[in-house]
Design a protein around this ligand. Sequence first.
Ligand SMILES: [Zn+2]
Length: 254
Amino acid sequence: MQLTDTHCHIHSTDYKLNPDEVIQAAAAAGVTRLICVGTDVEDSQLAVAFVQQRDACWASIGIHPHEAKRYVGDTAALEIFAGLAEKHKIIAIGEAGLDYHYNHSPKKEQQQILRFQLELARRHNLPVIFHVREAFGDFWPIYDEYRPNGVLHSFTASTAVLEEALKRGLYIGLNGIMTFTKEYDQLEMAKAVPLEKLLLETDAPYLTPAPYRGTICESKHVRTTAEFLSGLRGESLEDLAVSTTGNAVRLFGL
Ligand SMILES: [Zn+2]
């Protein structure tokens, strides 16, 4: 069995577990490929360095919408960031997007930093890992100017938003939220994602799936979520693993 964690942060300075033990435990659970996702310039630099010597890992460089206000107008930092896209094993841009749930950065600045990353993705012909929360009304018009390949990570939106994403050929990233959500609509949405557009992820250290709530999330828990989705969607675990890993390999060129 070969599963893929398409979104984790085990390279980050504040990740509390030993990342090499996490990678080993993941492999033992059949999770053999991991994408380490950057959330700001420094964290993206860390992700780039982290994956160079680790065969199971690739990196995505990104500026999370929460961090946007730190970088608007900081051309020096943005140049350093753009330079990272040239590095070996960089397979995507993101997480990039809009988050109007927390609004840690003003909307206008989130949009500027999203556009900057969409242009970078276009220049390097890289897919994008999107973080979009309560902001699809503003997100789609910006997305449609660029239309890169990519994934809506940690997707929890409605089936109507799912249809908008599928119309554009985007992939859908599901994680541990599905194992503990109390929202019927989210489970209906999870059933409606076509297998050829589904990706699995953990978002470790966050969103630990049930029944491991209260512990630090690790990449091996992709398997927990896969088992849950296998039951929910009525597909064998093996089929889910083959398809979702195939999707990840295709989208990111792993
Ligand atoms: Zn994340």
